[in-house]
Design a protein around this ligand. Sequence first.
Ligand code: ATP
Length: 355
Amino acid sequence: MPNFHIALLPGDGIGPEVVDAAVKVLDATQQRLADVTLSYETLSVGADEYLANGDPLPAATVERMKQADAMLLGAMGLPSVRWPNGVEMTPQIDIREQLDLFNGVRPIRLYHESHTPLKGYGGADGKPIDFVIIRENCEGLFSERLAPRVPDRDFETDTMKITRHGAERVCREAFKLAAKRRRHVTLVDKANVLPSMAFFRKIFDEVATEFPDITTDHVYVDAMALFLVQHPEKFDVMVTENMFGDILSDLAAGIVGGMGMAPSADIGPQHALFQPSHGTAPDIAGQGIANPIATILSAALMLDWFDQPETVRGARLIESAVAVVMADPTCHTADLGGETSTTEISDRIIAALSA
Ligand code: ATP
């Protein structure tokens, strides 16, 4: 019987609360699957680990993570814990780079019309919102954030680095995903201004010729911010560089209920990590009110990625249970205007698994 060993990285803030909820749902799902077991190992990474031991991402912990079949991460970093240059600790970004998790998959789906601030979406007659942002995770505008800096000069720069290798592989993943969906890929860039983005567009167009059955278009990132509010139903798969993907992910989450509704997968050639798109939400940490749906849906993405008939079935079971629970407007966490607690949401999802 295959066993999948999962490294749990709960992290900081609300991270441990949402990971705990997701593991309960995974355990209940496993009981309904034949011939699959899940085992876990909890690893300490993040701002709290830095405060305890002086390193937010110890090398020995990264080695343990590499041994696992997949990683499930909560959230990392705290505004009060910073490096001497003033930036927050972001081991979740370091992990993507160290493990080459270049393919950031961010599905955006509206589960109930009451979750969106937009009119005319969801519900029986409303337009659906159902698209995926593919974010390049290992280069782009984040690429030289750790480069050594000259101290005390009166300017700083950041570099938008796009390599042929990096652009080709992430565009290819976008097309492969679109082939399983509605067969359309939108490139989001700023090719009218930035040479790095014109280069990205050239490579996107080259990769597109490998997928003649898939239609494409190009949208500038500023226009995409507009279109995601005006016509989100028009998009299927979009691919973009690191920083643009970071920003558009939050905007996209905002139109389906907020950060607590946005799951993600960070996938590389050898390793994969699954986590909610949100951060540590220190404003609500420790209160038991965080929305665990994004983490629970990330756990479903992980089961999909294991790619066994039974784990894929488990992913669909979780998604269906989430849809059932989210259809009930009396069962919502505070971010969606309700009063249901984190653990009550996971209990309701577990009950819906059995229904
Ligand atoms: P990061 O930069 O680390 O991604 P952030 O600064 O963008 O983090 P978040 O921690 O994601 O911010 O929080 C943004 C807002 O969304 C906060 O008001 C927070 O309370 C809310 N939020 C984030 N995640 C959740 C969640 N799971 N449930 C409820 N509210 C959430």
